[in-house]
Design a protein around this ligand. Structure first.
Ligand code: 5GP
Length: 125
């Protein structure tokens, strides 16, 4: 069920629980501002989720409220994960579902990083 992106941050969401170590995740990268782990239901040979550590529900929330350091740290982490997984030369796709029409299901900002094969058209037709 897609979320309502206008609701306040809910720290019981599954990614908040992963950040607190209450639920296991296959971590691939972490630093002061970001955390990255394999998606539990991968939709490509490489399917990694990169999330900020801070309590931001969506791309909208993050872009409006996060500090410059948090934004820089998060963006750099996404790029580093892609480089570390050898995805730059073959190419990859980033996706941040946002709110209802975006189909966002977990109300903590996450960027999907897909790669490992030619990914086809951007949206289902
Ligand atoms: P959204 O539709 O919100 O953009 O994507 C949420 C993603 O989170 C989905 O791809 C889903 O497979 C993934 N996901 C949901 N629950 C868990 C979980 O407990 N662990 C991990 N690693 N991924 C999850």
């Amino acid at each position: 069920m897609p979320i309502d992106a206008t609701l306040p941050y809910d720290d019981s969401n599954i990614f908040a629980r992963i950040l607190r170590g209450e639920i296991p995740a296959k971590t691939v990268y972490e630093d002061e501002h970001a955390f990255a782990f394999h998606d539990i239901q991968p939709q490509a040979p490489t399917h990694i989720l990169v999330i900020p550590r801070g309590p931001y529900a969506s791309w909208d929330d993050f872009s409006a409220k996060a500090s410059e350091a948090e934004i820089a740290g998060f963006v750099r982490a996404v790029g580093k994960v892609a480089r570390d997984h050898g995805l730059v030369e073959p190419g990859y796709r980033l996706l941040a579902n946002t709110g209802g029409h975006g189909g966002q299901e977990v109300p903590h900002l996450h960027v999907h990083l897909f790669g490992g094969k030619a990914l086809g058209p951007m949206l289902a037709r």
